[in-house]
Ligand binder design. Structure first.
Ligand SMILES: O=C(O)CCC(=O)C(=O)O
Length: 302
């Protein structure tokens, strides 16, 4: 299998080809999530909303999928180890493996995630971008640096949603946290390398440095929840989120799927994007190609 190389920014860039070809799905046969209006309002104003137990039935299979990724990272795309040598624990993440890992593929193509994302985005359609899986092993003290997802991506737009499924019990002090309302601040921040929190793409004049939230957490309206397996957080690509560096005492896994709504288009950024799609063959402002990023929900199916 192909080797894993490291780029300038420290990402591990697997050359594993994760695209396996045609995705044909009968949209009308997919299950529909029934979002309630209060939750949708909260997502719009706060930028993130917790849906207790929404994917409890998927926890076992997503854990099995993630275990394949953890056991043999080199066989999958973009495996990242963000725990420096000689520090406790393991902080692993990997993305763009939904066509390689059957449990991920099932979730993407047959769960209510597409319908959930479409309704929260207020979109007519939900187009799938990619998945991203995370694992922090007991002892890990490596914080997930505060960041927004949008500046990492080769897309722009306001109708976006990540559907983040917690796969373990995770107390609020080590779970992912969100700065309420920060998706509406009208700012985009430099993306950061998870291993050391360094900013990159600093040549991009549209971006600024992430504020030092840890220096004065009380100055921010933080949303943090004790999570149970299956609890799901839907959040906007523009919201600031991250974790403390508090030690994780029990395994803490999560599986996120990224969704794009009607106003999302391809965007060329001055630096490297993550994931990189070097052969995407699109111009800024183009709709994302549906052969790579399938449309998996349409509102008229509700
Ligand atoms: O679970 C975490 O620590 C980070 C999650 C995250 O950054 C994401 O899903 O975008």
């Amino acid at each position: 299998m192909d080797a894993v190389a490291t780029t300038q920014q420290g990402f591990n860039q697997s050359t594993v080809d994760w695209r396996t070809g045609d995705i044909s799905v009968d949209l009308a046969s997919l299950p529909q999530y029934q979002a309630n209006a209060a939750d949708i309002d909260m997502f719009r104003t706060d930028g993130a909303v917790l849906l207790r137990g929404a994917f409890a039935d998927w926890v076992e299979s997503l854990r099995d999928g993630l275990q394949r990724n953890l056991d043999a990272p080199e066989f999958y795309a973009f495996p990242c180890e963000s725990t420096p040598k000689c520090t406790p624990g393991r902080f692993f993440d990997s993305y763009c493996n939904w066509q390689l890992i059957p449990e991920y593929r099932d979730f993407v193509l047959t769960s209510e995630a597409a319908s959930m994302a479409g309704q929260f985005m207020g979109s007519e359609r939900a187009q799938f971008f990619h998945e991203h899986a995370f694992c922090k092993e007991p002892g890990t003290q490596r914080a997930t640096p505060w960041h927004q997802d949008l500046p990492y991506y080769c897309v722009d737009g306001t109708q976006t949603a990540s559907v983040y499924v917690s796969l373990d019990q995770s107390p609020a002090d080590v779970a992912v946290q969100f700065v309420r309302g920060s998706h509406l601040w009208g700012k985009l921040y430099y993306p950061r390398v998870f291993v050391d929190g360094d900013s990159f793409n600093t040549e991009d004049g549209d971006l600024v440095a992430v504020p030092d939230i840890d220096a004065d957490p009380d100055a921010y309206d933080l949303m943090a929840w004790d999570l149970e397996p299956g609890d799901t957080i839907v959040f906007d690509f523009r919201i600031l989120h991250g974790t403390t560096s508090g030690a994780v005492t029990a395994r803490r896994r999560a599986f996120s799927t990224r969704w794009m709504g009607d106003d999302v288009t391809f965007c060329t950024r001055p630096g490297e994007t993550s994931p990189p799609f070097p052969d995407i063959d699109l111009e800024s402002g183009d709709r994302m190609r549906e052969d790579w990023f399938p449309v998996l929900w349409e509102r008229n199916l509700l």
